[in-house]
Design a protein around this ligand. Structure first.
Ligand SMILES: NC(=O)c1ccc[n+]([C@@H]2O[C@H](COP(=O)([O-])OP(=O)(O)OC[C@H]3O[C@@H](n4cnc5c(N)ncnc54)[C@H](OP(=O)(O)O)[C@@H]3O)[C@@H](O)[C@H]2O)c1
Length: 375
């Protein structure tokens, strides 16, 4: 046997070994039985409408994800250096209706496709029954012309505002039950969004309590501080929103800023300037202030995690100004009219901020005019 035929035989062996090795990286999970077992199978895949590639082997997939990685996630180097990053790709749509979810198992790079992904943006507003939450729902339906809008509230049957709005947007407006202190209610809504729409582009949490007659009143002095009231404020204002975020972030991974000038999917928590520790010159309102400071820290931490994992999600905290709602009514007597916003004016300003957010705004605390607030 000549040296050249030995060499070409060895090369053949090496190539087939490489093929097997490469195919070990692929596995197909979830919605289809389709598998990439056959070494010579080619797949035509449209990646979010932006590029087409044939997935022939590991290199093929590398080429496939490169344009997305380069333009969105900038984690190219992780893939190359074989660290163990988590890369979330946007949904991959196959020419074959029998979609596939390939996952680079050995590299711990999951590529996940929700079962049904619509091409219209999906929004959810928590605390939509009244005040700023209702106004967000109304303005988003009017301003963002496409896609379902979930109005989540504790008692959909009693949300008359939302029921009348439903008459105007019968198919787009989805009124759903969600109590931030009841994780099972959050899971039901998150599951519906995942299974029916496969994406979430904007999540706004407006839930918050400052006073509840006979239950909670903001303390003026430390001797009014009561454990059960403080715990309730923390539960609704800080822990609850973190629980909701836990279920929304996995959906926001598949969102974008379509139809707006946003640079990605957005998670926005309504906080309050009184939650700023730096800005606290007046004192009082112990539980409310501290629970909003906790919300700020929790949200900042989520933002840092999203950045670290290269998730294309912009997380922000927003102060709406002093707004004439049930929350502020008992305390707004001394606020001059030009400092007391209507919900319409406040939400218009906040939506302007939200719709212009860019990835570099993530993990920050903004005023309604986009001035960055101190922690
Ligand atoms: N208004 C202001 O001047 C002002 C200033 C700074 C910050 N903020 C913040 O802005 C946000 C919105 O305030 P707002 O003025 O619109 O208040 P609001 O009119 O009192 O509305 C509060 C909303 O929170 C909901 N909520 C309360 N507990 C809940 C729970 N456990 N699960 C789900 N929803 C719950 C309420 O639903 P129900 O109808 O079921 O009670 C209501 O929809 C709050 O986070 C607030 O802290 C407001």
């Amino acid at each position: 046997m000549s040296p050249s035929s030995i060499f070409s035989g060895l090369m053949k062996l090496r190539r087939s070994w490489l093929r097997c090795k490469n195919y070990r990286f692929f596995s197909v999970e979830g919605i289809s039985d389709y598998s990439l077992r056959a070494p010579h199978q080619n797949f035509r895949i449209a990646l979010n409408g932006r590029c087409r590639a044939r997935v022939v082997n590991n290199l093929g997939l590398y080429d496939l994800i490169k344009p997305f990685v380069a333009s969105h996630l900038k984690v190219f180097r992780n893939f190359a250096t074989r660290e163990k990053p988590t890369i979330t790709l946007p949904p991959i749509v196959t020419d074959n209706p029998d979609s596939i979810i390939p996952s680079l198992v050995d590299n711990h790079i999951p590529i996940e496709i929700p079962p049904h992904r619509i091409d219209k943006p999906v929004t959810i507003i928590a605390g939509a029954s009244r005040g700023l939450g209702f106004e967000f729902t109304r303005q988003i339906l009017a301003k963002h012309l496409e896609g379902p809008v979930f109005a989540a509230c504790r008692n959909p049957d009693g949300a008359d505002n939302l029921s009348s709005l439903k008459g105007q947007y019968p198919s787009r407006l989805k009124i759903r039950k969600l109590d931030v202190t009841d994780e099972s209610s959050v899971k039901v809504v998150a599951k519906e969004i995942y299974e029916s729409y496969g994406r979430l582009d904007l999540y706004i949490n407006t839930v918050g309590i400052l006073h509840i007659p006979d239950v909670l009143s903001p303390e003026r002095k430390i001797d009014q501080f009561e454990e059960d009231q403080a715990m309730l404020a923390f539960k609704v204002n800080a822990v609850g929103p973190a629980i909701v975020a836990k279920h929304m972030i996995p959906l926001l991974k598949f969102g974008q800023g379509e139809g707006t000038s946003r640079g990605g999917a957005v998670l926005a928590h309504l906080s309050a300037k009184v939650g700023s520790i730096d800005d606290n010159k007046l004192g009082g309102w112990y539980s409310y202030r501290a629970s909003k400071a906790a919300l700020n820290q929790l949200t900042r931490t989520m933002g840092v995690e999203c950045l670290r994992l290269k998730l294309p999600i912009i997380t922000v905290l927003l102060h709406p100004g002093t707004v004439d709602t049930d929350l502020s009514k008992p305390f707004s007597r001394n606020v001059s009219p030009d400092h007391l916003f209507t919900p319409t004016a406040s939400v218009a300003k906040l939506l302007n901020v939200i719709d212009g957010l860019k990835p570099e705004d993530s993990a920050k605390f903004f005023n309604y005019d986009k001035l960055e607030l101190p922690w």
